[in-house]
Design a binder for this molecule. Structure first.
Ligand code: AHR
Length: 663
């Protein structure tokens, strides 16, 4: 063996020995807390996509209850039993422009029964022992259809519940009855039997479970709201998303059409009805039973800041991109001003505050921020934004404005990234928040964990208003909510948290997906007509939200030698929870091996004896499902720690939250 080779080998052996003895180190400077973490840092993004509202969060079980879908009888079946003769006519009352259609039932011969039957939203989820409330508006036109027999039947036509309604007058009146189910079925139907002969007009045919969130009539699905509330979200962004913009301006989201009595809310086609040719959903409409008032109420219930996003005179730029001419923008701006008054105005002497009070909420909703446009871009957006900002700030100087940066990855015709052009404007116009969206492959999230470290601190603060890793491609129907994507999002989130002075709010998107009626994947939560579950990504969001702490702490990661690039293995952030007196460390081990790390809580004073560990780990390809809703699920335990410097072994492919009591 030649001498120089011997010395090289010796040196290598020495280096390896040093490396082995010097475990990687995570240093947290506890004595110098940095920026206050926004209590609203981790929020939720609600959009009526994937049956998120009608057929989802909104607990109405009847589809097309007011016959306002493009096809007035979509969702309904007319069943004539032997010997029955009669017709169903669709009529239009021009005196009720907000809800013009109704149906006339004409029965000439009752035979063995004349039935109008509703499909529900891919069936109706009916539970054994649960109560249901049926409601209908009706008027007698002629003859004597004296009784309605209301039935809920299961997939095999078995009777689950029944009730009767009697006595109709020549005036429109609302009638209701309650019933209790004797069985469970995810695909039940509602059958309305008309008894007698003659003509009866009907409208607003509705069926709700009695067990809605907080037991409210016209309420929300309690299990879904519970999953949202469990996230303790800092804010609720609503109503979207592209739905704000509409395919064209006539289909945009107009909040004034979504409030007041539910029979006066103006239905609208849902843009996701026809957006994706591979996932056409012809029965997707918006009844707005879950409208702006209910959004504000929901935000209040789950103690989230309300964050409405309003149309800024631009339709979706992926669709028509229709623009309101600048000299016709005033009504759009007025809508925004009126919305602020609806949320915050005095119940005694403001017009919209009075409307809110009449709906049942005299107290203001304390709305503090508003988004102007969703994924808008181009100079046309800037022009319109300026007008909105001028009017809103003139009347409500404290209202915080959120401005968009277009769609993720959009490029101008001249080759400039939209986001760069828009940022150059936002640095001048200074909205309080600039909203960035990322729908990228999982690796992008790992690689961008340091993205915010170098952002300009002099400009507006950041709102990461939509993001989700895409296992197959942006919005691809082949996407899955695998642990890999969730883990890499967690790594990215440590980057947001380390930059909490800049990144003030964030939310995963979209929120909900109906197992049978989705258009977009992935989503944070999935449900069918009876059950729901959170994805792995949901638990990542939850761990960050529940362990956000109140001040950020500087972290330093040193000495990671395997596999050669510390930036791709271990990601960490730390905060101080001033309420509980704990240092909260969040760490992602993105490698498939255990990783022993020395945790050094510098300048920490006295340390508690036990730390709490919350661990989320799984195989990279694991995902939750209705059958295995807790395959990826956090585990909690307490561990003893020896002092302010201690070793901790991070599990392979894991997100770990460590809560260490400090003085
Ligand atoms: O989250 C789904 C869609 O993605 C949103 O509607 C839109 O804002 C984005 O392009």
């Amino acid at each position: 063996m030649r001498p120089d080779h011997t010395s090289k080998t010796a040196l290598l052996t020495l280096l390896l020995a040093v490396a082995a003895s010097a475990d990687p180190r995570l240093t947290v400077d506890v004595a110098q807390p940095g920026a206050a973490i926004n209590p609203a840092m981790y929020g939720i993004f609600f959009e009526d996509i994937n049956f998120g509202a009608d057929g989802g969060l909104y607990a109405e079980l009847v589809k097309n209850r007011s016959f306002e879908f493009d096809q007035p009888l979509q969702g309904w079946r007319i069943v004539r039993k032997p010997g029955a003769e009669g017709r169903v006519l669709v009529l239009r009352d021009e005196n009720r422009p907000r809800n013009p259609r109704f149906v006339r039932i004409r029965i000439d011969k009752p035979g063995e029964g004349f039935v109008l039957s509703n499909d529900g939203f891919r069936g109706m989820g009916i539970r054994d022992g649960a109560g249901y409330r049926f409601c209908i508006e009706a008027r007698r036109v002629q003859g004597d259809i004296s009784t309605l027999r209301i039935e809920l039947t299961g997939q095999n036509d078995q009777l689950l519940a029944a009730a009767r309604i009697e006595g109709f007058s020549p005036d429109w009146r609302s009638h209701s009855c309650e019933m209790k189910s004797g069985g469970t079925d995810a695909k039940a139907r509602l059958n309305v039997w008309f008894e007698g002969t003659g003509q009866l007009d009907i409208d607003m045919v509705s069926l709700f479970p009695k067990d809605t969130w907080k037991g409210r009539e016209n309420g929300l699905r309690a299990d879904l709201v519970r999953l949202l509330a469990d996230l303790k979200p800092g804010f609720l962004r609503f109503p979207g998303g592209c739905i704000v913009e509409g395919f064209d301006l006539s289909q945009r989201y107009q909040w004034k059409n979504t409030i007041g009595a539910i029979n006066e809310r103006v239905s609208n086609i849902n843009r996701w009805n026809f957006e994706f040719k591979h996932r056409l959903t012809p029965d997707y409409f918006q009844t707005y039973g879950l409208g702006y008032y209910e959004f504000f109420l929901l935000a209040e219930d789950i103690q989230a800041e309300p964050m409405p996003i309003i149309n800024c005179g631009m339709a979706c730029q992926f669709n028509t991109g229709e623009l309101v001419p600048m000299d016709q923008l005033a009504p759009y701006i007025q809508d925004a001003l009126d919305l602020i008054e609806f949320a915050n105005g005095s119940a005694a002497d403001s017009r919209w505050g009075q409307i809110r009070a009449r709906m049942g909420h005299p107290e203001p909703f304390h709305m503090k921020m508003i988004g102007i446009g969703n994924e808008q871009w181009g100079p046309q957006y800037i022009e319109r934004y300026k007008e909105f900002a001028k009017s809103i700030k003139a009347k409500y100087p404290d209202m915080q404005l959120i401005a968009a940066t277009g769609s993720d990855g959009a490029i101008f015709p001249n080759g400039t990234a939209e986001i760069e052009y828009l940022w150059s404007e936002w640095r001048i116009l200074k909205p309080e928040f600039v909203d960035e969206h990322y729908y990228r492959d999982p690796e992008w999230f790992l690689e961008n964990a340091k993205r915010f470290d170098s952002y300009d601190r002099k400009g507006p603060r950041l709102f990461i208003g939509e993001y989700a890793s895409q296992s197959a491609g942006a919005g691809s129907p082949n996407n899955h909510s695998l642990w890999k994507g969730a883990l890499y999002e967690a790594a990215f989130m440590t980057g947001m948290e380390r930059n909490a002075d800049l990144v003030r709010m964030s939310c995963y998107a979209p929120l909900f997906g109906h197992e049978e009626a989705w258009q977009w994947k992935p989503n944070l939560l999935w449900f069918d007509n009876l059950d729901a579950y959170g994805t792995a990504n949901y638990y990542v969001q939850k761990l960050f939200s529940l362990n956000s702490g109140s001040r950020s702490l500087a972290v330093k990661v040193e000495g990671l030698i395997v596999p050669n690039d510390s930036g791709k293995v271990f990601y960490a952030s730390a905060t101080l929870d001033e309420k509980t007196g704990e240092v909260v460390i969040k760490a992602v081990n993105a490698a498939g091996d255990k990783l022993k790390v020395i945790i050094d809580l510098q300048r920490a004073g006295r340390i508690g004896r036990m730390a709490k560990v919350i661990l989320l780990t799984a195989a990279l390809t694991d995902e939750n499902s209705l059958l295995e809703p807790k395959k990826v699920y956090p585990q909690e335990r307490s561990i003893p720690i020896g002092g302010r410097r201690f070793a901790y072994e991070f599990q392979p492919f894991s997100l770990t939250v460590l809560r260490v009591p400090v003085k």
